[in-house]
Design a protein around this ligand. Structure first.
Ligand code: PLP
Length: 439
């Protein structure tokens, strides 16, 4: 019996013992092509020598120094790099250990911002249905993934949820993408009016919907309209790029492709690429300066904030993305992956939608393509596809839709940026066999 408290205690897991580029190796010598980067994490694959050397060097020099006593060269250099690369104004980087912590920090900073400004009556967030922002209680509260939050509903702060931007299901026949985006902006506007703008702290959204919907980019103009609505009401716009940030969509920050800048952005997974557990909340000068001019103290913190070895690892990851010209590679490989997915799955009778951006793609499965009817959730189709893909030696990230029948099972692909062209073929071939065996 294993004494590890596994996520699914009744399941037997293969034992991972090695990594080689885009592959994970198990104890029986089987190789798995990591087409999902775990959960969109391992963007440099599993054996990047430069990153490993940088972490070792940091460990030799100093593994950890608590941030209530010290800063470190690694944290300073990584924050400089992120602030220089982020959209204008996003200059202040707060390090954490992962995505949920980044969201918690963002929610607390946003609340404190208004308290510092003398508006303590602002106490509510608005977020989106069918979204995922993490598994801690604050992050679950803003999230709209019913499967993950329903059990904990009684423990969650009160958050108002509006529609996600999900064109495949929600853009109406005859409605242009622009009109659809405007309709969603009006919904947010009306929600703020109904709650009373003076009680609202901010609006939270994933720039590209990840774990709940499966790599769904917004329609063009949507985020610009939302930015206008937030500005008109004086509320903060918080974008969650934990999954879609750090180059995953072909630009370092996904919001660079949306023509607007949020007040706070969160990143994690691709920041440390799995070499170290690390995330970050990046705040605009507007928000940061309110704290600086006010109490001068952010009422938040964890022991491992700015962990030296984690920052050194993430710094090496981010330098590799820049020096190895990987953003261009993401765009190029992403186009190749998209065309192969369309070739193999577009006419598949149970693939309703293929969507994504960069190296971030989702396939949504439907029982009836014309009616966009999801499979019965009890079939757990996504889990079957994942299991059959593992049998094939392929990792893909599954999700069971949204339980409310408003999205189907899907799988997410988020392979490493260092992938080779033939591995694109390997992904679609193995996934094709796994899908056919599952339905
Ligand atoms: N936000 C988004 C958009 C995510 O996709 C995730 C994880 O999948 C999180 C937050 C939570 O991140 P973590 O699992 O590192 O806490």
């Amino acid at each position: 019996m294993s004494h590890v408290f596994h996520r699914m205690p009744r399941q037997a897991y293969p034992v991972a013992v090695g990594g080689e580029g885009a592959y994970v190796l198990d104890a029986d010598g089987k190789r798995y092509l990591d087409a999902s980067g775990g959960a969109a994490v391992s963007c440099l694959g599993h054996s990047h020598a430069g990153v490993i050397a940088a972490i070792k060097a940091q460990l030799d020099a100093l593994p950890f120094a608590h941030t209530s006593f010290f800063t470190t060269p690694a944290a300073e250099a990584l924050a400089d790099l992120l602030a220089e690369s982020a959209p204008p104004g996003l200059d202040h980087v707060y390090f954490v250990s992962g995505g949920s912590e980044a969201i918690e920090a963002a929610l607390k900073l946003a609340r404190q911002y208004f308290v510092e400004r003398g508006e303590p009556q602002r106490r509510r967030f608005i977020a989106r249905r069918q979204s995922y922002h993490g598994n801690t209680l604050g992050a679950l509260a803003v999230g709209g993934n019913l499967g993950r939050r329903t059990l904990f509903e009684p423990l969650l702060i009160d958050v108002e949820h509006v529609s996600p931007c999900y064109a495949y299901r929600d853009q109406q026949a005859g409605e242009t993408a622009q009109a659809y985006g405007e309709r969603l902006a009006r919904e947010l506007d009306a929600t703020i009016e109904r709650l009373g703008a003076e009680t609202v702290i901010g609006f939270v959204a994933e720039t590209v919907s990840g774990a709940t919907l499966g790599a769904v980019p917004a329609v063009p103009g949507y985020f610009q309209r939302l930015r206008e609505v937030c500005d008109r009401h004086g509320i903060l716009l918080i974008l969650d790029e934990v999954m879609c940030g750090m180059g995953r969509t072909g630009t370092l920050f996904a919001c660079e492709q949306e023509g607007m800048v949020p007040d706070i952005v969160t990143v994690a997974k691709g920041l440390g690429a799995g070499y170290q557990p690390i995330g970050a909340m990046i705040a605009s000068s507007k928000v940061y300066e309110a704290i600086l001019a006010g109490s001068g103290f952010f009422h938040h913190g964890h022991t491992y904030v700015g962990h030296a070895a984690a920052c050194a690892g993430a710094l090496a990851v981010q330098r590799a993305i820049a020096e190895e010209n990987l953003l261009a590679r993401v765009r190029e490989l992403g186009a190749g992956l998209a065309s192969r997915l369309r070739q193999v799955f577009q006419h598949h009778e149970h693939v309703g939608d293929i969507r994504g951006r960069g190296l971030f793609w989702g396939l949504e499965f439907v029982a009836d393509k014309a009616a966009k009817l999801p499979f019965d959730p009890a079939l757990r189709l996504h889990a079957r596809i994942k299991a059959n893909a593992m049998h094939e030696g392929l990792m893909c990230y599954p999700s069971g839709g949204t339980l409310d029948g408003r999205a189907g099972d899907h799988v997410l692909l988020a392979p490493p940026y260092i992938l080779e062209e033939p591995q694109l073929d390997e992904i679609v071939e193995k996934l094709g066999r796994a899908v056919d065996r599952s339905i």
